[in-house]
Structures are given as C-alpha cells and as structure tokens.
Design a protein around this ligand. Structure first.
Ligand code: ATP
Length: 254
C-alpha cells in the first residue's frame, strides 16, 4: 500500500469533492466494492485504473447515486447522492464511454436543450464559447450531431460541462477508441477544465493518458483500492513502472 494514501477523512470534510469512505456495495448477492476508500480533493484530477470487472464503473455509479452503499458513506461536494440525488447531480457532469446526444439536433441545440433540462437557461454566446473552447469549429456548431465522430461528441459533452460550471467531472473510459490526435486533444480539454478548478475522476485503461493528465493514479483490484501514486517532479510518473504494476495486476485477475 502506498504511503500517499489519504486515510483521515470524515463525511464533513469538504476538502474532498468526491469522497467514498469504507464503501461496501454490489449487485444482488454479489459484492463488488470491498471497503473502498477514495478521497479526491477539490481541483484534483484522479485516474482510476484496474482490470476488467475490478469495479471502476461501479465506483462512478456510486457517486452518481445509481447505486447505494451497503455500508460506508459516499459524498459529492458534501452531499449524499442517495439521499439527495438531484442536488448531488447538480454538482457533477458525467461523460460515459459513448456520449448520448439528440442525433437530429445540432451541437448548439444539444447543449442548449441539455442545459435547459438541467434548469439552466443560457445565452447563445455562452453556449458558443463553451463549444469553441471545447475545440469544435464554428462550422460544426450548426451541424446535426448524428454525423459526429466520437471525439466530436465528447467535445459537445465537455462544452456542456464547461457551460454548467460543475465542480466535478466523471468520465468512463473517455479515450477508448480515440486516435492519438483525438486523445491528445481530449487530454488538453481535461487540462482546461482542471485549470478552472474542476475535480476530475476518470476511469480508464489508458495508462499513458492517465499519466498525462492525472495528479494521482489509483489502482483498483477486485473492488479494493490497492495502490495510489501521486505525480511528482517534471516527469510526473514513472510510466514504465506503472505499466509493470498494471500488467502484473491484470495478469493476477485473468
Ligand atoms: P471494465 O473495465 O470491464 O469496464 P469495471 O472495472 O468498470 O470493468 P464494473 O463495470 O464496475 O467493472 O463491474 C464490476 C463487476 O460488476 C463485474 O463483474 C460486472 O459484471 C458486475 N456488474 C456491473 N454492473 C452490473 C449490474 N448492473 N448488475 C449486475 N452485475 C453488474
């Protein structure tokens, strides 16, 4: 277990925007998360890695209030997402692996409509600025998203998060299926959000992207957070050492 692990936390500790303490949960009779302790500070970018089935997406479901802890506690910005789901979700933007948009609407219309659903009326200029900050060309703003690539769809989702000014962003395997250029561009966008103070939790198998963007990388193994490594110095992470560790863990799980 790494020494960089945070152990001292309480549910009232608002330094942690995303906070899970001693969480046990699962589906039906199956226990997936076993005493999960995950404490993510305001403005921190955290990458959660782990083999298939380790419980990464389940961890996101906890913070989104889709799944209740059987024991332990979960807080989003100090709010219990099971007791107050709408209030907790006001503080979160969630980008799933495949971003769902209204296919027949344009990028502009999608953001305006989704903001409206979230109870936020926004000026066109704010929406356009968010879409362009997310890297969409002006020419793409009025195109139906039905023809958009995965990378472009993610930009629309990022624009929505920018316009909503949420404190926390959850991402599930955001770079899977993106080419290297789109991945680099996506990582740049995460950097932009991070500069704005957004707390980011990304679940990924992409070690290189994690090493590029994360302040901390955590390894989940069969529902337990077995190691956390923080970025240090100019090189931030020893990617080869991380890769060896990750490969060993995946081998054990296979
Ligand atoms: P992957 O990298 O493959 O996406 P993961 O680490 O995100 O894996 P989870 O999706 O959290 O893993 O799944 C953990 C375990 O829980 C798996 O065994 C999965 O089959 C099971 N599981 C996930 N969702 C459900 C569900 N809704 N009902 C029952 N079992 C589920």
């Amino acid at each position: 277990m790494s020494t960089q692990r945070n152990t001292a936390t309480t549910v009232e500790d608002h330094r942690y925007v995303l906070d899970a303490s001693a969480v046990i949960t699962g589906y039906g009779s199956k226990t997936i998360l076993q005493q999960l302790d995950l404490h993510i500070r305001a403005g921190e970018t955290y990458a959660l890695l782990g083999a298939n089935g380790a419980g990464k997406s389940t961890t996101l479901s906890l913070f989104l209030g889709f799944l209740a802890p059987r024991s332990g506690s979960v807080r989003v910005h100090g709010i219990d997402p099971i007791a107050q789901p709408a209030e907790a979700r006001r503080h979160i933007a969630y980008i799933p692996e495949n971003v769902a948009l209204y296919e027949h609407l344009s990028a502009r219309e999608n953001v305006a409509y989704l903001l409206d659903l979230a109870g936020q009326k926004e000026r066109q200029s704010v929406i356009d600025n968010a879409l362009m900050a997310a890297g969409l060309d002006a020419a793409a703003l009025d195109r139906r998203v039905g023809g958009f690539s995965k990378g472009m769809r993610q930009k629309v989702a990022i624009a929505l998060a920018l316009a909503r000014q949420v404190p926390a962003l959850l991402l599930d395997e955001p770079t899977s299926g993106l080419d290297p250029q789109a991945t680099t561009e996506f990582n740049r966008l995460l950097g932009l959000l991070s500069e704005q103070g957004v707390t980011i939790l990304m679940v990924t198998h992409d070690l290189l992207s994690a090493a590029d963007v994360a302040d901390r990388i955590g390894f989940l193994d069969a529902g337990r957070l077995v190691e956390e490594v923080a970025a240090t110095g100019e090189d931030r992470f020893d990617v080869r050492a991380l890769h060896r560790r990750y490969a060993r863990q995946a081998e054990r799980t296979a």
